[in-house]
Ligand binder design. Structure first.
Ligand SMILES: Cc1cc2nc3c(=O)[nH]c(=O)nc-3n(C[C@H](O)[C@H](O)[C@H](O)COP(=O)(O)OP(=O)(O)OC[C@H]3O[C@@H](n4cnc5c(N)ncnc54)[C@H](O)[C@@H]3O)c2cc1C
Length: 462
């Protein structure tokens, strides 16, 4: 960014909101599970919608690229400012604006994290049920349409958004949706900005739906001799219609990483972890039926867990699983798949994906929100080994192809970022041109998180 532009930007905000120090630029040059490093020209910390409006008006006029970033936990280069410009760090916009328990909703600034919101909701008996592994922000979660271990019961972020405040790339402040539990008015702009990965505007306020905390919670786990056993069990379990709130598969390699790094005692076998929410009688009978079914599927070990402390330790460990895998592969780069497929096709797609991963020789870990057909294979390789990288990238492509052929998607929850760009056209065909038309209408100068989410136009640049 040139000096004159920087001086103009400095005129819009306080000095401590604009940072060009090497440490700030370096911190905003990288993301999780994406090892290319590209610095922004400046890091800007807005504290209000008006601050964002000023920055966007400046960026629009000067054609400066803007990359929004919050907790920076997205997995695929979403926040790496590949065209330089402004890294718009929203973490200072962290106020819980309102909790309206009587209307089952909360209004927050985008930098509020979901654990903080849930802490603030503790006395109300309500909670916000989307729980990605990292302590992500509500703005980031809305922008990636995040989900997590509870999506099988409560839905994904998009299902729980009532409305947004957004600053458009031209610097206009708009409101989408509202506070009513339902509406048929206007186009569904809330749903459009949700999952846009910061390519259509900056979310400056989020109104979310809350749900009652369950009266009773019961955990269960079933270990099997192999992954196929786990998947066959899950497919049947989902078909029973039992009130499953969590249904996670962790393979033997991932269990070993969790044991080694987090010290949790678990059988070193592929395991399905379950949780049931409801009243006391319903969770007891559901978990009993789940265990019976596990026996029918020849589980090698199956048990229930009622102790709340043990249960929360288990889910904490599940949320830390990625860091456990990174810790046992020090200094290595990784890629994470995020395909989602119909549950009936899960077994064949997991089998094919594991075979593709095995051909690379890379250390591989399988973890999945399998109750909703979504699983992640994480493959590790030496960052400076071009051959290993190419092999892993090729296997990644094969895995996405398998998912698409099964009627699935390249990304169930992480979003496209840079990682899944090569597969967007194959997944959406000519609908990509409609997406570009929307992008052009909202962001005519292409300043919002350029180079992400949509693949190159045919014969043009993104
Ligand atoms: C250990 C680990 C476990 C994870 N588990 C899950 C999981 O289970 N489920 C899941 O869905 N994800 C998971 N993720 C990925 C990640 O947590 C989610 O993608 C999350 O939604 C990102 O939130 P964030 O605040 O970190 O956003 P960031 O990473 O900072 O940004 C994400 C995207 O949103 C854009 N953005 C951020 N804020 C705004 C805003 N206010 N307005 C417009 N655009 C904005 C950014 O430009 C970027 O494109 C995991 C990540 C890690 C590291």
């Amino acid at each position: 960014m040139d000096r004159t532009a920087l001086d103009r930007l400095r005129g819009e905000l306080r000095p401590d909101q604009i940072d060009t120090s090497p440490s700030a630029l370096d911190l905003h040059a990288r993301g999780e599970s994406w090892d290319a490093v590209l610095s922004p020209g400046v890091v800007v910390y807005p504290e209000s919608t008006e601050d964002v409006r000023r920055v966007m008006a400046f960026a629009h006029e000067s054609r400066t690229p803007v990359t929004p970033v919050a907790v920076n936990s997205s997995l695929g280069g979403h926040t790496v400012p590949i065209r330089g410009g402004i890294s718009l760090d929203l973490t200072r916009m962290d106020r819980i604006v309102e909790i309206a328990a009587e209307d089952f909703l909360a209004v927050v600034q985008p930098g509020v994290t979901y654990p903080r919101l849930n802490e603030a909701l503790r006395a109300t008996g309500l909670f916000f049920p989307v729980d990605p592994g990292a302590e992500a922000s509500l703005g980031g979660m809305a922008s990636t349409n995040a989900s997590g271990t509870l999506a099988v019961r409560y839905g994904v972020t998009r299902d729980l958004l009532l409305g947004l405040e957004v600053v458009t790339p031209g610097g206009r402040v708009i409101r989408t949706g509202g506070r009513a539990p339902k509406s048929s008015s206007g186009y569904a702009l809330t749903q459009l900005f949700c999952g846009a990965e910061g390519t259509l505007g900056v979310i400056t306020e989020v109104t979310v739906r809350l749900v009652p905390r369950p009266e009773a919670v019961m955990g269960a786990r079933a270990a099997f001799a192999d992954v196929r056993g786990c998947v066959g069990y899950v497919a049947d379990l989902i078909q029973t219609g039992l009130p499953v709130a969590r249904c996670e598969l962790v393979d033997a390699a991932a269990v070993a990483a969790i044991r080694q790094h987090l010290g949790l005692e678990l059988p070193a076998l592929p395991t399905v972890f379950l949780e049931f929410h409801g009243d006391d009688a319903s969770v007891r009978s559901a978990s009993a039926l789940a265990l019976e079914l596990a026996e029918e599927h020849a589980a090698t070990e199956a048990s229930r867990a009622t102790d709340p402390e043990a249960l929360s330790a288990l889910w904490r460990a599940r949320h830390q699983a990625y860091y456990a895998m990174v810790a046992v592969n020090p200094g290595m780069a990784n890629v994470i798949t995020d395909v989602a497929v119909p549950v009936s096709r899960l077994a064949e797609v997991i089998d094919g994906s594991l075979a593709a991963a095995a051909r690379t020789g890379a250390p591989t870990y399988l973890i999945g929100h399998v109750g909703d057909g979504n699983f992640h294979l994480t493959l590790f390789f030496a960052a400076d080994d071009a051959v290993a990288r190419a092999r892993v990238e090729a296997a990644y492509g094969e895995m996405v192809e398998l998912a698409l052929a099964a009627g699935g998607t390249s990304t169930g929850e992480h979003g496209v970022g840079l990682r899944k760009l090569p597969y967007v056209r194959a997944e959406h065909g000519d609908a990509v041109d409609v997406m570009w038309a929307i992008k052009d209408a909202l962001d005519p100068h292409g300043i919002m998180n350029p180079g992400k989410k949509l693949p190159q136009r045919e014969g043009g640049s993104p």
